[in-house]
Design a binder for this molecule. Structure first.
Ligand code: GRF
Length: 201
């Protein structure tokens, strides 16, 4: 089977990007064709460029996304991964990659998601809530922040933590496992949407 071509969108440090590119179990399943960012000076770009992965910068206007979409379609990109990408992807782009865009969120959706819920804000809200469990969610992307179908989650025990930072660290470890696993399921065509829910076959 031909490898699934990935385009990975990033805005920052890029540790989730690294978890995909460095995953041994993805080597035969996927290739990362492009890393795309709204912040070309981000750490994730440095990593991609050092690995010889092509990088593209997306502008702040919707037409920037139109141009990127054309490039990705021409290349035969099969899956778009948002790995710490902070912008809302415009509807025109989403419709061109229907059910082929996934995002990783550092909390258990549908709680602690939505506009403004990113980075440390998420972990602060979880800490304040007193929740005993947190964990990452991988979901399909639609036109609302963090609202698409949930594909995969994992539970992290946070009952003994003393700060939002501790939650962030623990959840990040789980993210680095969950995201490559989910990409592998997608590459093996094991993710189906049936009657408004994701089913892993
Ligand atoms: C991760 O916590 C991810 O869940 C969230 O943004 C963060 C990105 O981290 N969407 P990194 O850039 O992958 O290190």
């Amino acid at each position: 089977m031909a490898k699934l071509k990935l385009a990975i969108f990033v805005s920052g440090r890029g540790s989730n990007l690294q978890s995909i590119v460095n995953s041994d179990s993805l080597t035969d399943l996927v290739e990362t064709s492009y890393v795309i960012s709204d912040k070309p000076d981000c750490k994730a770009f440095e990593f991609a460029q050092a690995r010889g992965i092509k990088t593209l910068t997306v502008g702040t206007h919707a037409s920037g996304f139109d141009e990127i979409a054309e490039i990705l379609i021409a290349k035969g990109i099969g899956l778009v991964v948002l790995a710490g990408f902070l912008k809302l992807v415009p509807p025109g782009f989403v419709s061109k990659f229907e059910n082929r865009i996934i995002n990783i969120h550092p909390a258990l959706l549908p709680s602690f998601g939505g506009k403004g819920m990113y980075g440390h804000f998420v972990h602060e809200a979880v800490f304040e809530s007193g929740a005993r469990i947190s964990g990452p969610t991988v979901h399909f992307v639609n036109n609302e922040y963090d609202k698409g179908y949930i594909i995969a989650q994992s539970a992290v025990d946070i009952s003994m933590v003393n700060s939002p930072d501790e939650i962030a660290k623990k959840v990040l470890v789980a993210e680095h496992k969950l995201l490559p696993e989910t990409v592998a399921l997608f590459a093996k065509q094991r993710i189906r949407i049936v009657e408004g829910r994701v089913r892993i076959i």
